[in-house]
Design a binder for this molecule. Sequence first.
Ligand SMILES: [Zn+2]
Length: 290
Amino acid sequence: MDVFQINQHDDRPIELTVKNYEYKTRKTDPFYVEVNKVMKYYAVCPACKNPIIIVNLYVDKTLDKNKNKMPVHAKHCKYSVTNLAEYSQEAYDDCPLGNPSKFGGSSKHRNKNRSNEIVGLIKDYPVVLYNEIRRITCIDFTEKTFSSMLDTFIKAEGYYYKYINKYNLPYGFLNMQKSIRIFRNKLYYSPFKSEMINSINNSEFFQYKDYIITPKLKDGFYEIELYLANHKIDSEYEIETIDLIIIEKSNGKTNQIFKKTVKIDIDKYINAIDKHRRINGITEAIKLID
Ligand SMILES: [Zn+2]
C-alpha cells in the first residue's frame, strides 16, 4: 500500500512519501530499527493496526528484473514489532487494505456498525462523495445522476457489500452502478481530461463541443455510458487498480471509446471527510441571533 500511520488510535491514512515518513517518525525508534546491521522501517496500518514495513524507502530508483522502477511502498508484517504493534491474524484477515475483497458481486456482511458508518459518511458528507466520483471519472455528473446513483446504492444495500469500505467507498459506489449515462454531461478536472476529450472526439458518434458530450449528428438515437470494470489486486505492492471504460451505442452497434486503468486511492476520500469535519468545527461556535 502507499499509506501509513504512526498512531494506533488514528485511522486516517497518511500518504507514504520519504518526506512524510521522516517527518512523522522523526527517524526514531520504534520506526527505524536496526536488525542484524540492516536498517528496517516500520509503521502501522491505519485500518487494522498491524505493523507494516516500508520497502524501498531510500532506494526507489532500484529496477526489478524487467527494468521497472520499484517504488516505495508498505506491506503488512506477519509478526509483532517491539514497542510498535502486536501482530493480529484476525485483524489482518479483516483488513480492507491488506486483504481487500474483489470488486463485483453482491455478497454482504451483516456488521451494523460498519454499515452505519458508511451510511453516516454518505448522509453527512454527500458533497465529498460527489466531488470524489467526479475526480475519479473526470465526468461532471449532474445532480440528477448523482441522486439516482444514491438511490441505486441504498436500494441495493451497498453499505452491506463486502467489498465496499470507508476507504474505497467512492470506487465501490461507482462500481456497483453498472453503466452510468453521461449523455450531455460536462467533464470535470482530471489529469487525463485532454486524453478523454480526444477519445470522445475520435469516437464514431460523439464529440466534446461547447463543454458538453454531445452527438456528432442531430438525427438518430445515440447513447454514451461509463462504467468501472476489471478490478485488480496487486498483493506484492498491496495496491489495487480498476479500469474506467466509456462506450457509445447506436443502432445496435457498441464501440468502446475510452479505457483508463486508475489506481485506487484509499487516502483521498477519508481525508477529505476529515477536512470537512474540521472546517465545520470552525463555525460550530457561531450563534444565530434570536
Ligand atoms: Zn491492515
